[in-house]
Write a protein that binds this ligand. Structure first.
Ligand SMILES: *Cc1c(COP(=O)(O)O)cnc(C)c1O
Length: 398
């Protein structure tokens, strides 16, 4: 790759500038939009260069399982936004979480995790890692004392996701980092819901951030992707795992994500603003029993949320008066909102967690977790709020 860098991440640009400039490098053609390198391998000038590239003596691309310029540009841009030294891109959010654990833990180690993590993350920890001698204790996201009490001599990792899905419970990142670091425990935060635009966990004391880039980083529901972000001393270990095991992000997906990030700031701000407006409307609706949104003063952790996030985010959940029948009536009356479990899209989505994302959990466990039969989750996109309200009101007021 030749040509000058548009900017240097260390130059101190603001996030909106980094989102469109960080990681940009030009070829000899001086293209303005980033080139996409769809190649599995790279050619060397001679035998000595091939040897130097393989040994790592000379920097440069070798093979796209672990070195690709388009993937590198995505990594650099995301790292700049998180205020991190480095990022390692992966094929999906789940492979980012797997790679983090495989790089930093071994058989006999122990994880303390939030019991309200993304469903597949809990499955990975409880049903797969457990077969390889890594045990997990799940505790309440909001109970700082419970995290401390769950620590064992072999605890190596705190893993949390804030706000949680679908009840938007907030974990106190700084408080948990304080407890963990006193015992030499790493803290990893799944920052999928907020993105670095609304929350920067590393600034609050976390050691590593993981992303499902599939959600807001893409923003338009086109590709899967993920990343582990943090200081090089930690991401280098993740890179070594990825180089060998291969849960690699494709160059094509990296290019789509690179373009997605360019509009991340304005999307997150616009989607959050719409969500706050919708949340206020829901809270005033006579057929709504309760609204879960960190941006509302009625949220039990509103103050903490506003300390570590720059806004409430773009996910709001609410409890319809009645139960499953009333909630399903709202879903079935919608013509605009998409009935899907995905989130982070510019198209608003509507989910009934008790019968979909949380449907495999026993009704008792679901009730204990606070996920009622009348609960609905809206991942707000970019449509006009008035249209979203009219769509929801059709079922609510029926
Ligand atoms: C979707 C999601 C994941 C998993 O990401 P994939 O890209 O689907 O593998 C992890 N964490 C959170 C919070 C998510 O929403």
């Amino acid at each position: 790759m030749s040509g000058r860098k548009d900017e240097d991440a260390a130059a101190g640009y603001l996030p909106e500038t980094l989102a469109v400039r960080a990681g940009t490098a030009r070829t000899q053609f001086n293209e303005h939009s980033e080139a996409m390198y769809l190649t599995s391998s790279f050619v060397f000038d001679d035998a000595a260069q091939a040897a130097a590239r393989f040994s790592g003596e000379e920097e440069g691309c070798v093979y796209s399982r672990f070195t690709n310029p388009t993937v590198a540009a995505f990594q650099e841009r995301l790292a700049a936004l998180e205020g991190a030294e480095a990022a390692v891109a992966t094929a999906s959010g789940m492979s980012a979480i797997l790679s983090l654990v495989m790089a930093h833990l071994k058989a006999g180690d122990h994880i303390v995790a939030s019991n309200s993590l993304f469903g597949a993350t809990l499955q990975l920890f409880n049903n797969i890692l457990s077969r390889f001698g890594i045990e997990t204790t799940c505790v309440s996201q909001t109970d700082v004392g419970a995290w401390e009490a769950a620590i064992r001599p072999n605890t190596k990792l705190f893993f949390l996701e804030t706000p949680s899905n679908p009840l938007t419970e907030i974990a106190d990142i700084a408080a948990l980092a304080g407890i963990a670091h006193a015992r030499g425990i790493l803290v990893a935060v799944d920052n999928c819901f907020c993105t670095p635009i609304l929350q920067r966990p590393l600034d609050l004391g976390a050691d590593l951030v993981v992303h499902s880039a599939t959600k807001y980083l893409d923003g338009q529901g086109r590709v899967l992707g993920g990343a582990v972000v943090g200081p090089r001393k930690y991401t280098d270990e993740v890179f070594k795992f990825l180089r060998t095991a291969g849960p690699t992000l494709s160059a094509f997906n990296a290019w789509v994500l690179l373009k997605g990030i360019e509009t991340l700031q304005i999307r997150m701000q616009a989607q959050s603003a719409r969500t706050l407006e919708l949340a206020r409307w829901l809270e005033a609706h006579p057929r709504v029993a309760r609204v879960f949104y960190p941006g509302l003063p009625s949220h039990p952790q509103h103050e903490l949320a506003m300390r570590q996030q720059t806004s409430g985010g773009a996910i709001v959940s609410f409890e319809v008066k009645g139960g499953r029948a009333e909630a399903w009536r709202v879903v079935d009356a919608c013509r605009l909102l998409s009935i899907t479990a995905n989130l982070g899209d510019v198209k608003t989505t509507l989910t009934h967690p008790a019968s979909t994302t949380h449907g495999r959990i026993s009704p008792e466990a679901r009730a204990a977790a606070g996920i009622g039969e009348g609960l609905l989750r809206v991942a707000v996109g970019l449509e006009a709020v008035a249209d979203l309200q009219a769509d929801l009101d059709r079922g609510l007021s029926a």
